[in-house]
Design a protein around this ligand. Sequence first.
Ligand code: ADP
Ligand code: ZN
Ligand code: ZN
Length: 728
Amino acid sequence: MDIALPVPTRQLYTYALPSALNLPAIQIGERVVVPFAGRQLVGIVLATNTSTALSADKIKTVISRVSEQYPLPPNLVTFLTTLSQYYHHAIGDIFQQALPVLLRQIEAPDLSYQTRWFVTESSEEEALSAIGAKAKKQLELYQVIRHNQTGTSWPELRTLGFVKQQLTALQNKALIEEKEIVPAPFHWHESDLNQDNRLKLSPEQAIVVSALNQSHQAFSCHLLDGITGSGKTEVYLQAMEKTLASNQQVLVIVPEIGLTPQTLSRFEHRFNVPIYLHHSALNDKERLDTWRAAYRGHAAIVIGTRSAIFTPANKLGLIIVDEEHDASLKQQDSFRYNGRDAATLRARQLNIPILLGSATPSLESLQNAMSHKFHYHQLNKRAGNSVQASMSLVDVNHEHLTAGVSETVKQAIADTLKRREQVLVFLNRRGYAPAINCQECHWVADCQRCNKPFTLHQKDQLLVCHHCGNQKRIVHQCQQCGSTRLAPVGQGTEQLEQHLADWFPEHSVVRIDRDSTRRKGELTKLLQAIHNKEHDILVGTQMLAKGHHFPDVTLVVILNVDGALFSFDFRAAEHMAQLLVQVAGRAGRASKPGKVLIQSQYPQHPLLQDLVNNGYRHFAQQTLAERNFARLPPFGYQVLIRAEAKYPSYPSKFLMAVSQLSLDHCQLVGPIPATMEKKAGYYRYHLIVQSEQRKTLHQAMLQVIPFLESHELTNKVRWSVDVDPLDF
Ligand code: ADP
Ligand code: ZN
Ligand code: ZN
C-alpha cells in the first residue's frame, strides 16, 4: 500500500501490510507505524492494494496500526491531496502539518476530555452580590460562563482575555465548577440563539444573509465587501443560523484570534453552542480537543487561524473567512498555502457555501467577483448611526517636523484631546529608531548576517535586527572611525511614544506593538484600558489596525507610508491601501465623526490621491486595470522559486539552470536577488515562472521540480516553491 510519510520528498512510499494486521481491513486515511531509514515514522495510508514494480524482498512491512480511532475522513484526504498537487508541496509534509501533534506520534495520546466550566446552583442575584460590583472582570467572567449551558472551556476563556486568578476566585466562592463531561454530538435547540443581542439587519445586510441561505447545501462563494463598521460580523452571525439550525457545523477563519477577542466574544454571546478554537496559543492537548470535537460533531462552531482549515469538521455546512485580504492567511514558510484559497477549495469539494469578508478585499477576490465567479455583495454604509471618517493628506514638504510629526498633525492631536476624545497614531515601525549612524563618517551599525541596519531599542538598550532577530548591546563608539558621536536615524514607535508624552504631558500615551505586548495577556489588558479611557493617545503598528473597535478614537494619524509608493513589488500599493483603509477604519466607530490625517512627502502621488479622494474600491478598480494591462495576477499566474545558500554563487547558478529548460507558454523572470538579498547569513535569489494559464504553469512545474530535485546543487541550496506568492 502507499503511504505518505513526514519527509520532505514529494513521493509516496510503498509498504506491505502483514495479513495479521489487516483485520479489520485497513482503510485509506488510517495511520500506521513504518520503518524508515533506521527510524520509525507515523504515516498515512493513501492507497491500499497497490501494485508495485519493486521486488517483494525490497518492500518493507508496516510495523503496526495506530490503535486509536481517528482515521482521516476521506474528504480530508482528498482535500490535502489536491492541495499537495496545487501547491507542488510534499504530500507527507502536508499531512504532517494538517494533523495535531498528538496524532502524529507513535504513542497513544491522552484522550480524556477537556473539562468545561459551568455555573453552580446559586442564583444570578446571589452570585452578583457574592462577587461585588467592584470585581468587573469576575462579573464578566461569571456572565460568560452562565450564558453557555454547554459549558465553556479554559482556552475560550483565556482567549477572551480572562486569567486563572479570576476563575479561581469564582470557584472559591462556589459560583462556578469544573466538570469533566463526555461531549455529545451537538444538536440545535431554538434557545441556542440569543435573541437579546441580535440586531435587525439593514436591507443591504439582509440580502447577503438571504443569498447565503438560498445556497445552503451547495457550493457558492460570496464576497462581502463592506466598509469598516458596516456590520459584516452581524452578517456572519445571522448567516450561520440556518446552518447551525440544521445541525451542521460552521468554520470561521480569522487572521489572528489573539488580536481580536471582541469578535470571539460576539460569537459566544450570540450562540449557546459548543465553540472550539484553533490558534497558536493553544497547547497540543487543546488542539487535539478541537480536532476531535470537530471530527465527532461535538463542536458546532470552530473559530481559528488559517490552519483551522484542516480541522475534520465532518458535518461542515458553512465556511466564513474574515479579513480575506489579510496576508497572515498565507503561510510564509514550508507549505506556502493561502488559507482563503484553501478554504474555497474545501467548500467546493464539500459542496457547501463560503463567505469571504473584508473592508478591503484582495484584488484576486475582487476580480473573481467582477468575473462572476463569486457572488458580490457590498455594504456601503456604516451600521447604526456612525459615519465614515474623512481622509486627508498632510504635505510634509511645507511643514516643520519634530520627530517626524508635522505641526498640522500636532495641532489636530491637541484639538482632539481638548474634546476629550482619543487619538490613534500609526507608525509601522517598532523600536526607537530604524538605524543608528556615526555623525562623523556616516558609518551605520549593520547586522552582518543581513547587511541591513540594526533597529535601536532604547528601553532594552539593544540593537535588534528586525530581519533575522540577531541582537546585541548598544554600541557607543563608531566601529569605523572611533567617534562617539552616534545618533539614531528616523523614528520608531518607542520614540514616538516618548515625544507624544512630552508634548502632551496631561495625557496618557499607550503603545501597542509586538514589543509592548510580548507578555501573555498584555494586549488584552492594554485594549481593555483603552476602552476604559485610561489612555488618550494610542501609538502603534499594524497590530492596531486589525479589527479593533475603539469607539472613542476620533482622530487617526498615519505617519510615513511613502515607502510603498516606490516599491518594485507590484503588490505594495495594494497592501498599502489596505493598511491605510483598515487603520483609518478605527476612527469614528461610534456616533462621533472621525478624521484621518495621512502625512506624506508625496501628497500628489496618484495612488494616494485616488485612495483619499475616491476610496478603496475605485483605487482597486484602477489597480486591477493596470494589472490587467501588465498581465500580472490576478490576470496571470505566478510561481516563485526561492533559493538561498551561504555562498552567493550557488542560488543564482541553481536557478539559472531552470532558465535553460524550455517551458511551453511560460515566461521566466530572473534569477534575481531577493528584496532582502542576504538574510541571516544566507544569500537569496528568486526566479518567477509565470503564465496566463494556470494549467500551463502547473505543467511547467511538473517539469521544473524533478529537474531541481536532481540538480547537482539541490542539496547545497535551500529551495522552495511558492505558488501564488504574495511577497517577494
Ligand atoms: P464590521 O464587522 O463590518 O466592522 P460590525 O459587524 O462590527 O462591522 O458592526 C459595527 C457596529 O455596528 C457594531 O457595533 C454592530 O453592533 C453594529 N451593527 C451591525 N449591524 C447592525 C444593524 N443591522 N443595526 C444596528 N447596528 C448594527
Ligand atoms: Zn539580521
Ligand atoms: Zn564614524
